[in-house]
Design a protein around this ligand. Structure first.
Ligand SMILES: NC(=O)c1ccc[n+]([C@@H]2O[C@H](COP(=O)([O-])OP(=O)(O)OC[C@H]3O[C@@H](n4cnc5c(N)ncnc54)[C@H](O)[C@@H]3O)[C@@H](O)[C@H]2O)c1
Length: 329
């Protein structure tokens, strides 16, 4: 029988790639998205889109009645700066929205209960506590309401697994980049740099550019989500036993990222400069993830190299800009 997945936030950047992958593996895909940030055209034609807020009664009914084998919960307020400006709004979607999904499954799900995969963040839950690569069990001290909400939600998922026997998994994404990326997200720098190259503008780096991040391609992220939704269930019920870092395990400096992207852009990048602006306060110095737990339990490992991934991403942004220019003529 065809397996069924509900992807909340499926009209967004990562969600649209997750939908593509499940469809490719012959699953039936429903998308729940309020289109507050996602786009209708991101949703593959073969998926069914329900436009609703994850906190609404309509969403609750969909989760309860959909008879899903898996629910991939990506719908979120994902802008760290917005969470600082309005932590109540952030928590209402990122904590209460997820609780609504969990409660709908616990109280009402018809048939077998679905595996619930929650998108957490490896970039924002750990904070600047230890020396990377950061493993799942490392100390956590989130520096933003966004990171706090994601970590709090992970504790809810572990609690629902322990007390109510729900089948929950958290995936802690590093800085995800790739086609359809939004410049406001956690790894927005790749989309921002692509936009500047295409506009013939220099790339701006804040600070000395030696700060590192873990840039993981969205195709690898979609594979990790699929493995988390379909692979062996996590063994323990502690929060870090039910969570998997999804990154590359490699720290790349912003300076190196900019240089690699300029090379990937060929002629368009050849003459562009890199400019430096004052460091932004509170920015983490180094952040990259240990990914052995996902490899050991889920059999997942990233495959896309940074140079290939950036080249593909730049080509996608260039093609989109060319189409937009054509439609204006
Ligand atoms: N992009 C990254 O680098 C990154 C890193 C770590 C974690 N994450 C997490 O991954 C998930 C997906 O992120 P993304 O980068 O694809 O962001 P995105 O904004 O492109 O996708 C999120 C989607 O959720 C939808 N949404 C927002 N609020 C909603 C609501 N109340 N009800 C229904 N739908 C709603 C938006 O319209 C959007 O389509 C998020 O949970 C984010 O926190 C992303």
């Amino acid at each position: 029988m065809t397996k069924r997945v509900l992807v909340t936030g499926g009209a967004g950047f990562i969600g649209s790639h997750v939908c593509d992958l499940f469809l490719d593996r012959q699953w039936s895909v429903d998308v729940l998205d309020d289109l507050s940030n996602g786009k209708r055209q991101n949703v593959p034609a073969a998926a069914r889109l329900v436009v609703a807020d994850v906190r609404s009664a309509e969403a609750g009914r969909l989760v309860a009645d959909g008879e899903y084998d898996a629910i991939v919960h990506l719908a979120a307020q994902m802008d760290v700066r917005h969470s600082v400006a309005d932590p109540v709004f952030d928590a209402s979607i990122n904590i209460l929205g997820t609780l609504q999904v969990l409660e709908s499954v616990r109280r009402h799900a018809r048939g077998a209960r679905p595996r619930i995969v929650f998108s957490s963040t490896g970039g924002a839950v750990y904070g600047d506590m230890g020396t990377p690569p950061t493993a799942e069990a490392s100390a956590k001290e989130p520096d933003s309401p966004y990171g706090i909400a994601k970590l709090a939600t992970e504790y809810y998922l572990a609690y629902y697994a322990r007390i109510h026997e729900l089948n929950t998994v958290s995936v802690r994404f590093a800085n995800v980049y790739g086609p359809r990326q939004d410049p406001h997200g956690e790894a927005g720098v790749v989309a921002i740099f692509c936009g500047r190259i295409l506009a013939g503008q220099p790339l701006t780096i804040f600070g000395d550019g030696e700060q590192t991040r873990d840039y993981v391609h969205v195709a690898d992220v979609a594979e990790a989500v699929f493995a988390a939704a379909t692979g062996a269930p996590p063994q323990g019920t502690r929060v870090d036993e039910r969570a998997f870092n999804v990154g590359t395990g490699i720290g790349t400096s912003v300076r190196e990222l900019a240089a690699t992207l300029l090379r990937a852009a060929g002629d368009a990048g050849a003459t562009l400069a890199i400019e430096f602006a004052p460091e932004r306060r509170g920015e983490q110095r180094h952040s990259f993830l240990a990914i052995e737990q996902a490899h050991r339990v889920l059999g997942w490992a990233p495959r896309v190299s940074l140079s290939d991934g950036l080249a593909e991403t730049y080509s996608w942004f260039a093609a989109r800009a060319a189409t937009a220019a054509l439609s204006r003529t």
